[in-house]
Design a binder for this molecule. Sequence first.
Ligand code: NAD
Length: 484
Amino acid sequence: MVSRVIPVETFDLVIFGGTGDLARRKILPALFRRFQAGQMPEESRIIGAARSEMGTKEFRAFVGEAIGEFIPAEEAPAKAVENFLRHISYVAVDARGTDGWSDLSAQVRQDVIQAFYFSVAPALFGDLAERLHEHGIAGPESRIVVEKPFGRDLESAHALNATLAAHFDEHQIYRIDHYLGKETVQNLMAVRFGNILFEPLWNAQYVDHVQITVAETVGVEGRGAYYDLSGAMRDMVQNHMMQLLCLIAMEPPSQFEPDAVRDEKLKVIRALDPVAPAEIVRGQYKAGNGRPSYVEGVENPDSRTESFIAMRVDIANWRWKGTPFYLRTGKRLKSRMSEIVVTFREPPHSIFGEEAGKSANVLVIRLQPDEGITLRVTIKEPGPGGMRLVDVPLDMTFAEALGPDADDIPDAYERLIMDVIRGNQTLFMRGDEVEAAWAWTDPIIAAWSDKGDRPLPYETGSTGPEDALMLLHRDGRRWREIEV
Ligand code: NAD
């Protein structure tokens, strides 16, 4: 199989916050990889724009270091890095002042695709949007890319949307959720809508329940101050996990087109039942393995913010009534692992009798590590001794099915940035989706905040508080192991 690199048109990409952590770790290495894949037209330019006083030469050195740090040496030959750096320049600008804007205006061309990556604090989005227009830099077809967090509640998200809408039309705004850029997430859609096998079974009649787990081994580390204002519900559930839930639960869109897909996702969010406090378990990790506890990490001994959350979510529509979705995410857990598990119901009647054992089909969509999709099917245990049933995996792991090309799968940021250049918003969140997700999240958070609830302590390296296990046991179900 030959991997296809779809050409894009010549572009100018301005990275506001080009000297920041996200640019260094994700955006710049992703751009280098796309350059290496032959996806960057010769005349395209990347312009770093940030407050730091430096020139193009220093910024190129910064980019070279970022590539050295985040891309294996054998994939970044010196000559290639040098060629890539020729596309790069830097302008010092102050989002809140006047410095640098006329320089930037002189650098950004009007006759090529323009994209502006707002890799800065959301408080600066309005200033950037305003100045891009004031200085005649952005036009009606320019694109802007914004990062999470997109607000911290409905009110702030609505205000942020209004700020952007004052200067940009919705078709110009790309709200990034890097989970949507993952190969497996798109494969989920290919599996669902590219096969006749699954869709007829994809409903409450045949699906017993769905589990979505995003487990991390890291704690808050250096991000304590930021994280403590947010917590797992805001940082993970409202955005990433909600998006995954939508892709599993949505109706088939009529086309794989931005608004067709986003309309269906929005309908799912609007159909979510409110979640009662009894359906939620919140946790906070304790000190362990020589690492500090959550409260030590955020330097707030009285913090009530959760670093773990597990919850049962019900969708009030015909397709899903009676099939719960269980969400679970947390820090300092046993392994780093993200997956979606669709457990089908058992066959209505076993012709093999009790002693053959029971079984149910399970579709596991693994996002990390080792992205891939596995379908567990029931067969006869080989050998004599009568009919005993056993589960075996039908493995759709890309590395095996696609051979060496699997190594060329772009990472989420690579794909999403190229989608911005191509003008394809399918994998980006629309403003009304984000607001609907907050409208569902806000009362849940308010309920525990009003009561002053404290999260339950849990051991570092565990699967979270015991009560999270009970959440499923109670319903006669169990979580899949958090293991790699
Ligand atoms: P950072 O603090 O490392 O970098 C901030 C950048 O903004 C710097 O380049 C700085 O020079 C620039 N900046 C600050 N004030 C400015 C001003 N007045 N005018 C012009 N430039 C200014 O931040 P970061 O971690 O790179 O995060 C950037 C954005 O991405 C934030 O919105 C953050 O929430 C989001 N985000 C970051 C990560 C991550 O892993 N770092 C992950 C997801 C989302």
